[in-house]
Design a protein around this ligand. Sequence first.
Ligand SMILES: NC(=O)c1ccc[n+]([C@@H]2O[C@H](COP(=O)([O-])OP(=O)(O)OC[C@H]3O[C@@H](n4cnc5c(N)ncnc54)[C@H](O)[C@@H]3O)[C@@H](O)[C@H]2O)c1
Ligand SMILES: [Zn+2]
Length: 366
Amino acid sequence: MRKELTVHDHNGAPCYKITLNETFDRLADDILCAAGDCKTRKLCIVSDSNVAKIYLNKIRAILEPQFSGFISFVFEAGEQSKNMDTVQKLYEQLIINRFDRHDLLVALGGGVVGDLTGFGAATYLRGIDFIQIPTSLLAQVDSSIGGKTGVDFWQYKNMVGAFYQPKLVYMSMEVFGSLPDRQFAGGMAEEIKHGLIRDQAYYTWMKENRALLLQKSPGTLIGLLETGCNIKRIVVENDPTEKGERALLNFGHTIGHAIEKLSDFTLFHGECVALGMVAAAFLSVKKGHLTKEQLSDIEHTLAAYDLPVRIKGYDARQILETTKSDKKMVGGRIKFTLLKRIGEAYSDLTLTDDDLLAAIRYVLGG
Ligand SMILES: NC(=O)c1ccc[n+]([C@@H]2O[C@H](COP(=O)([O-])OP(=O)(O)OC[C@H]3O[C@@H](n4cnc5c(N)ncnc54)[C@H](O)[C@@H]3O)[C@@H](O)[C@H]2O)c1
Ligand SMILES: [Zn+2]
């Protein structure tokens, strides 16, 4: 089984393909198709220490014969590597190995590798081609699509970056053989988010097919990702540089990011998004859009995928202050994504501090 999606640019012209594959067998063909003959080009595979251990040799064996030269650049896994120091080391390797504008980068890893490699590709010699091979569910359904690249700077997440599109996004279901369960759950938070903001049937499908999905058969996962990636594709095509609709993808992220920061990143991104979605769904009930039954339905669905829906040991006011120090403020009010119904989101600018505190306290279990 194999599926393909095409992402279009702002003029509606095809820009790049996302291919969903059971294995890596089609990788070389897809790259040749997307990037043309590579016999005179050099290749640099960028990966992190965890992913490289498992997949680098395999990908190298597939791709090296297609290129005139090959290097790899592996950095220590984790968000703490997503910074300018690592980008600088990447530039150094590219310069030492005489990479020119004609050569190619491949991002082999989760969202950290994808964001950093994309940024390196966007800026090295004012832009060289790159390909995404996302290996975490989160990177597949979210970060590899849409062209947002970048790194953290000081304590600020994604502070430096560029919109820069890959030539191809190649997904292989083989990666789920090694992806830790907790990382898989984190990716499911973004999948469930996609259903909640845009596709009720998709949400219901995930709700009702938990047991099937957790068997992680390639066919089921390709089906999951095809719909999840397609939702992200449509949203980013409609709003490539986040002037409007793309903000809806922030559902669950406003309070979620604050919790993520306060947890000092001990909680995973997807786990914090799950908590943030509970808060946002609570507020959607308060606004009269959802029923209490729908709120508890959302909580049950998240919990069924081992995502947290309550958290202890945090201070509500501190979460509020951290939320407000986030950048999504308009005229002193937080821009908040709420649900109009399950399957449809909107941006709300009317929430007061008391509303937010009530939602945060709900998630804190009080
Ligand atoms: N660009 C965007 O639009 C966008 C969107 C969402 C998130 N992000 C970014 O993505 C990052 C989070 O992505 P992530 O959750 O993939 O984090 P990650 O890249 O740190 O990967 C999570 C962990 O899983 C490991 N891993 C990945 N694939 C594996 C596999 N197949 N087998 C075994 N281990 C594997 C990694 O080594 C890492 O330890 C954040 O930096 C976030 O800012 C970007
Ligand atoms: Zn997210």
